[in-house]
Design a protein around this ligand. Structure first.
Ligand SMILES: [Zn+2]
Ligand SMILES: [Zn+2]
Length: 748
């Protein structure tokens, strides 16, 4: 009989496990990779029924840690001609699922890495069947060496022996290599002169300890490295005046010296996916070495070594933690090629000679209790699939910022790696390349796509790209409203089919052509109703009001006829210009903009220098505030309920605020009042329709004190509260939401 197994079954040590189990049970037959599945053939014989059941039981029991079986199909086809059990060469087959993810170096490999007697001692490309770079090096499926960038490196006799031995840890480890036959690192200075080709990592580590800035090539891209003291230099050179930088620590105990972490956060940090996790600083006043890493924020993004290079680097480094942040030309995706690396500003370049096939940024997660809030879902998680309730092949392209693309096939939804913000042409090119590669790995061509989902915003580059594909291949283009897509992503994440979604973010294009962002959507996959929103306020100068939140305050206080309070924020000439611009300013119901204005008013953030900065800086105030100020507002009824925000700003201006705690309490009281009103509306609609679940989504839901307030208020009203766990809350999740909504159009 033949057994077809689909899921994460290639490149994770699945076939060797099948082999060992079959051998143990004395079964005859074969195992082979077929497309992206694994086929097992068992010779029929006496007592076969029992042994097949035993076989499946034992296989499940011995399943390698990274393998995941999604589906098993058993066919009663006779298998003959085998007097033993064998692992056969891959055959081309139907491609149904994709490659395994990039996985942190396993403990067994780390043990060898630091064993002076091992021939892979301090070898930075060490890996085995259970670990290493995979998605970042794969060109095509099936996952075999010839289809990866390791193809150029011919295995030496030793490696080949391990590769062929079913009992070896490196049996069929497609990217296996050793110092004799594998890729190598070389250290260059900024003039591209080779500094050290013999012990480049040791020399690089010494230079970093001494204060140099370095570029190091890893699995899926380049990182910029330096000691904490180099933060100012990085900020100046890379035009990141206050954007938080990521830090890699030697190990978890080194992290615990500086930051608080929960058990869940520790597990995540040590997991094979090994994302960057945002952790809370022990003390805001005395964050010591870390003060300049994330100015004004209560958290720092940290991770621990995942590649052989990182482990070897820390072996040589004196520092227990270093800046290690994506290296890119400002506005462009992370640098991947050696040639382009030299366009980056740094003192030294530690580069290897293996091509990066698929750019893969580090994933970034913030934990709400034991739930993962993905700011960026990439290395370690891509391309794992989610199950969706439709079988059409749908491509969806996201919105404008933090874009990803998603493709559905056979009831599974695959999302690309993190792409970035498509204001910039190179990022749009990356979106096209990433989408094409995902199609390829799924065995699909554009001709196979049934529909393309895009945002309704007419100006988004992703929409133009989707439209051009739709025209070229005569595919239906389905525009999906931004916040509905957020709500759909939240539903899929939680396995529910309808939700009252508190959809709070910066901006998304509304069906009335206005900028939405503080919305209560009663949604399922087929339709949605906007039952409530925040009052609209003018965005003076459009996008300019996002970077310069003083404009929001000027608008708010002008509308309240509090000229004195309005003019506090701007010079007289500015006030004249803004007053004129205000008449034609676009309107927004965005919750994010209200937070921006509040943060600006409280002196917490006067200018936005990176996406979400004011709201992020407000977060630590909300975290220690209490509802001690009595704010009151009202709700207007129109086609929807509108929660008024101006009365809150009116009351705000009457308070005298001097201490940091007063700022915290004011911020908390202000925000909770808004949430109370929105959730009051939500509860009314839920009660009249019988819906039990109220959830939160959108970029504002990365602000954990806000999520926590919402959860408490929702539960007090007796409803179930939903938040994200697997799909990004922000625009990284939009392509997922678009996909399921477009999928819904094929039903009925
Ligand atoms: Zn390993
Ligand atoms: Zn070798």
């Amino acid at each position: 009989m033949k057994i077809m197994v689909s899921g994460t079954v290639q490149g994770v040590g699945f076939r060797p496990t099948v082999y060992r189990v079959a051998k143990k049970l004395g079964l005859r037959g074969f195992v082979l990779n077929k497309g992206s599945n694994v086929e097992i053939g068992l010779v029929n014989g006496a007592g076969n029924g029992d042994s097949v059941a035993d076989f499946m039981d034992m296989l499940n029991e011995k399943l390698p840690p990274l393998a995941a079986i999604d589906k098993i199909e058993v066919k009663d086809e006779p298998v003959t001609g085998y007097d033993d059990f064998r692992i056969l060469m891959s055959s081309e087959g139907r491609k149904t699922s994709v490659t395994p993810v990039d996985t942190a170096i396993c403990d067994a490999c780390i043990h060898e890495l630091f064993d002076p007697a091992d021939h892979r001692y301090l070898y930075p490309f060490i890996n085995c069947t259970s670990c290493g770079a995979r998605f970042s090096v794969i060109k095509n499926v099936p996952y075999d060496r010839v289809n990866t960038s390791m193809q150029e490196f011919q295995m030496c006799e030793n490696c080949l022996t391990e590769y062929k031995d079913p009992m070896d840890r490196r049996f069929h480890a497609q990217t296996t290599s050793c110092p004799r036959c594998g890729p190598t690192y070389t250290l260059y200075d900024k003039n591209r002169s080779v500094i050290d080709a013999r012990d480049p990592i040791r020399t690089f580590a010494r230079l970093i300890d001494e204060g140099a800035l370095g570029i190091a090539k890893s699995w899926g891209g380049m990182h910029l490295l330096g000691t904490f003291e180099q933060a100012d230099r990085v900020r100046a050179l890379y035009r990141r005046p206050s954007k938080p930088l990521a830090v890699m620590f030697r190990d978890v105990p080194a992290i615990e010296q500086h930051l608080n972490l929960t058990e869940h956060e520790e597990r995540l940090l040590r997991s094979p996916q090994r994302p960057i996790v945002l952790l809370e600083k022990k003390s805001m006043l005395d964050s010591g070495d870390l003060a300049e890493i994330s100015p004004g924020l209560s958290t720092v993004g940290v991770y621990v070594p995942y590649s052989g290079l990182h482990h070897v680097l820390f072996h040589h480094l004196k520092a227990h933690g270093i800046l290690m942040t994506s290296a890119n030309v400002p506005g462009e995706p992370m640098t991947v090629s050696n040639e382009e690396a030299f366009n980056l500003t740094a003192d030294y370049f530690l580069l290897h000679n293996r091509a990066i096939v698929n750019r893969l940024d580090d994933s970034v997660v913030k934990c709400y209790g034991a739930r993962n809030q993905f700011l960026r879902r990439s290395r370690g998680f891509v391309p794992t699939a989610l199950t969706v309730p439709y079988t059409e092949q749908i491509l969806s392209l996201g919105a404008m910022e933090n874009v990803s693309s998603s493709i559905s096939k056979d009831g599974k939804l695959y999302t690309s790696q993190y792409i970035g913000s498509t204001f910039h042409y190179p990022t749009l090119e990356f979106l096209a390349a990433g989408t094409e590669q995902l199609l390829n790995l799924l065995g699909l061509a554009m001709e196979d796509i049934d529909a393309i989902g895009v945002d309704v915003h007419p100006g988004y580059a992703t929409k133009r790209y989707g439209k051009s594909l739709a025209e070229e291949y005569s595919i239906e283009l389905v525009p999906v409203q931004h916040h509905w897509a957020h709500a759909a992503a939240l539903m899929l994440d939680n396995g529910v089919e309808e939700v009252m979604a508190l959809t709070l973010d910066g901006t998304g294009y509304g069906l009335d052509k206005k900028a939405w962002g503080g919305e209560l959507l009663f949604a399922n996959y087929y339709s949605f109703e906007r039952v409530g929103s925040l009052e609209e306020i003018p965005l003076i100068g459009g996008e300019m009001a996002i970077r310069d939140p003083r404009r929001l305050l000027f608008a708010v206080y002008s509308l309240l006829s509090r000229e004195h309070d309005a003019s506090r924020w701007v010079s007289d000439p500015e006030a004249d210009i803004m007053a004129k611009l205000m008449r034609t300013a676009p309107l927004t119901s965005s919750f994010g903009r209200v937070l921006d204005a509040l943060a600006c008013y409280l002196g917490i953030c006067q200018r936005m220098t990176y996406d979400g900065e004011p709201a992020m800086k407000l977060e630590r105030y909300l975290a220690r505030g209490e509802h001690t100020y009595a704010f009151e507002t009202s709700v207007d009824a129109a086609d929807r309920k509108i929660v008024r925000t101006l009365p809150l700003f009116d009351q705000l201006a009457d308070y005298r605020i001097s201490t940091e705690q007063e700022k915290a309490d004011i911020a908390y009281s202000f925000v909770e009042t808004l949430l109370q009103e929105l959730l009051e509306i939500a509860a009314d609609v839920c009660e009249s329709t019988g819906v039990q679940t109220i959830g939160i989504t959108g970029g504002v839901s990365y602000d954990l004190p806000i999520v926590s307030m919402a959860e408490r208020l929702v539960k007090e009203k007796g409803f179930t509260f939903l938040t994200h766990d697997r799909i990004p809350n922000g625009d990284g999740g939009i392509s997922v939401g678009q996909n399921v909504i477009v999928g819904g159009t094929f039903k009925g």
